[in-house]
Design a binder for this molecule. Structure first.
Ligand code: SF4
Length: 268
């Protein structure tokens, strides 16, 4: 009798993985390898071949941006809105609602704090989920930065858009209703709230298809090539620790890359 075929589990991914992959697939690999190092004492495997040809731009095309709306000022919250989820792992989130309008969903009151999409092998934690009077939900991702500081440098804000789209999918799976949109809330902490604002990121068929495609692309990518570009590399955490051999630039206080010797033939 033939043994049943076993289907390998899909690679687990998070919204953060997608954002990192979009910036530089090799950064995603190094970030995971270093995560393993912190948890187990051993640097995790890095699939990027030593003779890889670096890319000039991200291999992932950007999500649809045509219907995205940018708003200055405070996020529109209504009297009947309720906070049904808040990431317990974040200590510095603003208080959006008074306590009487906080109704954390029972799914998250017994130490579960991650939204899991088992079908797509995807999980993550938005900063907030809000339920509106009509029973619809939407995620909010909070950023401490000024809304318009470089807003039109799509490079930076695209990452926030990707996160919002990914979180919409997690909310859809968790609460059983597809959000019409996700919000990125810019708190402008450094500016004392002077330039607060928020971006409404639609979540329609086009965005959902983009997300499904993006997850498949990441999983099928056996190379995880570097995308060396100064704007990426100076803020790349593995680079700051001296783990990237392809960096276009290094942070001024970055670690000497020749000081490491990784496993599996991988050397930074
Ligand atoms: S330093 Fe640059 S090329 Fe290297 S992993 Fe980071 S972003 Fe990619």
């Amino acid at each position: 009798m033939l043994a049943p075929l076993s289907v390998p589990a899909a690679e687990h991914l998070t919204p953060h993985d997608l954002v990192t992959y979009f910036r530089c697939p090799h950064e995603m690999e190094l970030g995971r390898a270093l995560h393993a190092l912190r948890n187990t004492g051993t640097l995790g495997p890095v699939r990027t071949p030593l003779d890889v040809v670096p890319l000039r731009q991200s291999p992932l095309f950007s999500p649809p941006l045509g219907k995205l709306t940018v708003n200055e000022g405070r996020l529109d919250l209504f009297d009947d809105d309720r906070l049904v989820y808040e990431d317990p792992g974040e200590d510095d989130l603003p208080m959006l609602f008074p306590s009487e309008r906080v109704q954390i969903d029972p799914k998250f009151t017994n130490s579960h704090s991650t939204l899991v999409d088992a079908a797509w092998g995807f999980a993550g934690r938005p900063d907030f989920v809000i339920r509106q009077a009509d029973g619809e939900f939407y995620p909010v991702e909070y950023k401490e930065t000024h809304l318009f500081g470089g807003y039109h440098e799509a490079h930076v804000r695209l990452f926030d858009t990707i996160q919002a789209v990914a979180e919409c999918r997690l909310v859809e799976v968790t609460f059983g209703r597809r959000p019409a949109f996700g919000v990125v809330l810019y708190g402008d902490e450094a500016g004392g709230g002077l330039h607060e604002g928020w971006v409404r990121v639609p979540y329609e068929e086009a965005e959902a298809h983009w997300l499904e495609y993006a997850l498949r692309q990441v999983r099928e990518d056996r190379v995880r090539a570097p995308v060396p570009a100064e704007r990426n590399c100076v803020s790349c955490a593995p680079n700051a620790e001296g783990y990237c051999r392809f960096a276009a630039a290094r942070p001024p206080d970055g670690r000497d890359p020749t000081s490491h010797h990784g496993p599996s033939g991988f050397r930074p």
